[in-house]
Ligand binder design. Structure first.
Ligand SMILES: Nc1ncnc2c1ncn2[C@@H]1O[C@H](COP(=O)(O)OP(=O)(O)OP(=O)(O)O)[C@@H](O)[C@H]1O
Ligand SMILES: N[C@@H](CCO)C(=O)O
Length: 322
């Protein structure tokens, strides 16, 4: 249940009164999500016709200093017609406010549901939208370094330690060596933009094959566009038993290239980048696994899922991205 902080009805009404969105009608805690507290807010709307918003309270992981980048990027992309939610600014013009010592933001509600078994049509649509996002984000004025880059992944795995990794699964310590290799990959010479960097299906809202919303930009950073494409490929193209879905994988690349064809140097590095991005999720999941007590209510994500994806890219990456 992702509502970590209780906000009473009066507190919520007072908070909403700082925005030009009408009066509070209802507020429901949203169960999905694990990092932040989220509420679905209904108000009478700026013009009295009713409106819905997402209220997010930033609970952990997110640095306050990064919020202008994350929220500003949403505004920049939505102004360029990308399907991302706008940030609603308060009457003073601020994108976030402090409440109980924590930052809160009011965000446009977008319709749609996250696909659990994406179709090739949906995969193609997400590829297209990702490329549009890259073309639109290049001239966003702010920059943010990737804090989950390949060298960071190595540090995270090393900090888990061989014993810690082996306590999750005996096959995990063997990923330290590939992580060392990935850390040597230099993505700095590839075309850069502001990238989402975590575009899993649960961060995408869709109606049928139409992408209605990309959400959860809290790993967004300035980085190689090919990294974002490889991450999306790794997140979408395997079924729940870990089998590669060729129709979905090729539809993502084809959809992307229908808007922004890959450059030769990006294509050449994609197999290595795909392995590196698989290790990003091995590392963050292993770290979370060791940090989460066995009796916590949160369901831990299995790092081994991405070990098997790493092996797939190691075996077939060269032909997949040829
Ligand atoms: N702009 C939006 N429009 C509609 N629904 C949204 C929007 N933003 C978030 N949601 C809903 O709220 C849920 C939780 O949001 P989100 O996944 O961002 O949670 P989180 O805790 O911030 O992230 P995470 O679990 O990835 O750490 C989403 O699954 C989605 O259903
Ligand atoms: N989307 C990530 C969580 C955020 O880093 C995962 O599935 O491991």
């Amino acid at each position: 249940m992702a509502v970590y902080t209780h906000l009473g009805a009066e507190e919520l009404a007072e908070l909403i009164a700082h925005y030009d969105v009408g009066e509070l009608v209802s507020a429901k805690g949203i169960a999905e999500g694990i990092s932040n507290s989220n509420w679905l807010i209904e108000t009478t709307g700026p013009n009295g016709k009713g409106a819905r918003y997402i209220l997010t309270m930033y609970e952990r992981r997110i640095e306050l200093a990064d919020l202008p980048y994350f929220l500003g990027l949403l505004d920049h992309l939505s102004a360029k017609d990308c399907p991302v939610p706008r940030t609603i600014h308060d009457r003073a013009g601020d994108a976030f406010r402090m409440e109980h010592g924590k930052a809160v933001a009011l965000i446009e509600f977008l319709p749609g549901v996250s696909p659990t078994q994406p179709t090739p049509e949906q995969a193609s649509a997400i590829g297209e939208v990702l490329a549009r996002l890259h073309l639109a984000s290049g001239d966003f004025g702010l920059v943010r370094a990737n804090t989950m880059g390949f060298a960071d992944n190595l540090r995270v795995l090393q900090a888990c330690g061989e014993t810690g990794l082996a306590s999750i699964n005996p096959a995990l310590p063997a990923m330290l060596e590939p992580a060392r290799k990935a850390a040597e990959l230099d993505l700095g010479s590839l075309p850069q933009a502001n990238i989402h960097a975590d575009l899993f299906p649960d961060n995408v809202l869709m109606l049928g094959s139409k992408v209605t919303g990309l959400i959860d930009f809290y790993f967004a950073c300035t980085g190689a566009m090919a990294l974002d494409l490889a991450t999306t490929h790794a997140a979408w193209s395997f079924d729940d038993r870990g089998r590669y879905r060729a129709d979905v994988g090729s539809a993502i690349i084809a959809g992307y290239e229908s808007v922004r064809p890959l450059e030769t140097n990006e294509r050449a590095l994609l197999p290595g980048i795909a392995k590196g991005t698989a290790l990003r999720f091995v590392a963050s999941r292993a770290e979370d696994w060791l940090d989460t007590p066995d009796d916590a209510l949160v369901t831990r994500k299995d790092p081994m899922q991405f070990v098997s994806r790493w092996h797939y890219y190691d075996d077939y990456g060269a032909q997949l991205f040829a």
